[in-house]
Design a protein around this ligand. Structure first.
Ligand code: NG6
Ligand code: CA
Length: 508
């Protein structure tokens, strides 16, 4: 059993003033992908409106440049490199967060919030990898991790199983088509993208993604069955948004505030947004997926307005990691990007140690209490835990959220105070440390360019690198490490301190 001692802090005014909280997180949306962050080849008027009414941050750091570790950091308040097994999870991976761990959902639920997780999950499910009961009840689902309600995709839309899971069971379950999943072997007689490329009617892989075929698109991993429960990629955004709105409507009828962890599939590959967006962006499917994300925001904000909830709802819009153009499907994202810079002025992209991998859009709107404008404070998603807990007036139990700081004054625009430093992890586990002025990348033996397909610079070098990130060198071109050995030692010592603790906790 989790030991959660929850009490209301003085910060929390009376219960009815506590805000609803929506953490709306896109997938692989880059710093430069929104018009309010400078994009010109795409317009995102609905997200821009939230940004204009709220606070737009220019220096928010995800915990990692890929999804699973980034999400782990948000929900647990612990850096993902301090916990074993947080790499990009397969669709049949066991739950990475154990039910004994305290999540932000546990803390908010304990403080009287109704809690929901809708959309992409990607943190594993069940107690044993490969042994989930897909045709019954999955034993560890978000309800074991603090969420009263969940309607989720197990992993990503490019990974099997291609079904939604509601309250631990496959939604729209089709008893005539039991689901089987494997990441090791195909099921006899089932076509794959490799063996039956003529069945790929919607998208072809550019690298990987050549296993089971669902909806004319081949995926990572093998599955059989599903029948009417299988998703149609074109409907994923509408389904997630409709469930989110239903959730908000239901919660609006109760006295209790709600916390909605709402994770879109947009704009991850395979990008196959609804047909109504076809031809609507000069950037092709990747642009259309951004339009679909903007439409989700339009619908969510319209629902908040309609239900008179907007004033006291803390709405956060962000991304799990940086952008990628070709992430494994021939969707012409590279050619049609033109002069669009998905990572804005930052170097690199998804997976990399360079800033575009993990500096993400971050918009906070809370009309009742937060200021509007632009904040250049250095902030980190690992602080979601203690910051949201403070805003909700919930106490964080001892031992939980070890790396999270209460940054509510900064997140609501009442302070410009930065974090002392932000730490994040690249795809090969290279650690990066940022202060307001410096950027440090620890040595890595990894390749200079991502080797499996995406044309992205990793930022990996066998020696330490140091950049004057804000004042002189936002593009990480001039390595100052040789000239500043003391600074290098200082930052490496901080990282060593974090990873030594990790070794200790793994040994215990
Ligand atoms: C990679 C996939 C990529 C994407 C990524 C995870 C291949 C070749 N590439 O391994 O397409 O799924 O994992 O993305 O399989 S994330 O945003 O969920 O971290
Ligand atoms: Ca992602």
């Amino acid at each position: 059993m989790k030991r959660i001692l929850l009490s209301l802090l003085p910060l929390a005014a009376s219960a009815h003033q506590r805000p609803n909280i929506i953490w709306l997180m896109a997938d692989d949306l880059g710093y430069g992908d929104l018009s309010c962050y400078g994009a010109t080849r795409i317009q995102t008027p609905h997200i821009d409106r939230v940004a204009a009414e709220g606070l737009r941050f220019t220096d928010m750091h995800a915990c990692a440049s890929t999804s699973t570790p980034s999400r782990y950091g948000i929900l647990t308040g612990e850096y993902p490199f301090c916990h074993p097994g947080t790499d990009v999870a397969a669709g049949n991976a066991a739950s990475i967060i154990s039910p004994e761990q305290v999540t932000i959902a546990d803390v908010l639920r304990g403080a009287g919030y109704h809690t929901g997780a809708i959309g992409k999950w990607h943190l594993g499910l069940g107690s044993r990898t490969g042994y989930q009961d897909w045709n019954g009840r999955i034993d560890i689902a978000p309800d074991s991790l603090g969420f009263d309600y969940s309607y989720i995709m197990a992993a990503t839309s490019d990974r099997v199983p291609c079904v939604f899971i509601e309250q631990g069971r496959i939604a729209n379950y089709d008893p005539s088509a039991p689901v089987e999943v494997s990441y090791q072997h195909n099921f006899e007689g089932e076509p794959t993208g490799r063996t039956h490329p003529h069945l790929l009617t919607k998208l072809r892989p550019s690298h990987g993604h050549d296993m089971s075929i669902v909806n004319g698109i081949s995926r990572i991993g093998y599955m059989r069955g599903g029948g009417k429960a299988l998703w149609r990629d074109e409907d994923i955004a509408d389904s997630i948004t409709a469930h989110a709105i239903r959730y908000i409507e239901t919660c609006s009828q109760s006295q209790a505030p709600f916390f909605l962890y709402l994770c879109t599939n947009d704009i991850h590959v395979p990008r196959m947004p609804h047909e109504r967006y076809r031809g609507k962006s000069v950037m092709g499917l990747r642009g259309e997926a951004i339009l679909s994300l903007d439409e989700t925001v339009r619908q969510i904000t319209a629902a908040l307005d309609r239900l008179s909830l907007a004033h006291n709802t803390l709405l956060i819009i962000t991304s799990d990691n940086g952008p990628v153009l070709d992430d494994g499907y021939d969707d012409q994202a590279e050619t049609l990007a033109g002069d669009h810079q998905p990572g804005g002025h930052w170097r690199g992209g998804k997976y990399s140690a360079y800033e575009a991998g993990s500096v993400v859009p971050f918009i906070v709107r809370w009309p009742a209490r937060a200021k509007s404008g632009v904040s250049h404070a250095l902030v980190s998603q690992v602080d979601a835990f203690r910051t949201l807990a403070a805003i909700a007036g919930a106490q964080v139990p001892q031992g939980a959220a070890p790396h999270s700081l209460d940054m509510h004054a900064t997140w609501t625009g009442r302070s410009r105070q930065s974090r002392p430093y932000a730490v994040k992890m690249a795809q090969d586990h290279t650690l990066v440390l940022r202060t307001t002025d410096w950027k440090y990348i620890s040595p890595s033996s990894g390749p200079v360019i991502i080797p499996w397909g995406p044309k992205i610079e990793t930022g990996y070098r066998p020696h330490p690198q140091l950049f004057r990130i804000r004042t002189a060198d936002p593009h990480e071109d001039h390595d100052l490490a040789p000239a500043h050995p003391k600074q290098v030692r200082r930052f490496q010592t901080i990282l060593d301190g974090l990873t030594e603790k990790k070794q200790d906790s793994i040994k215990q």
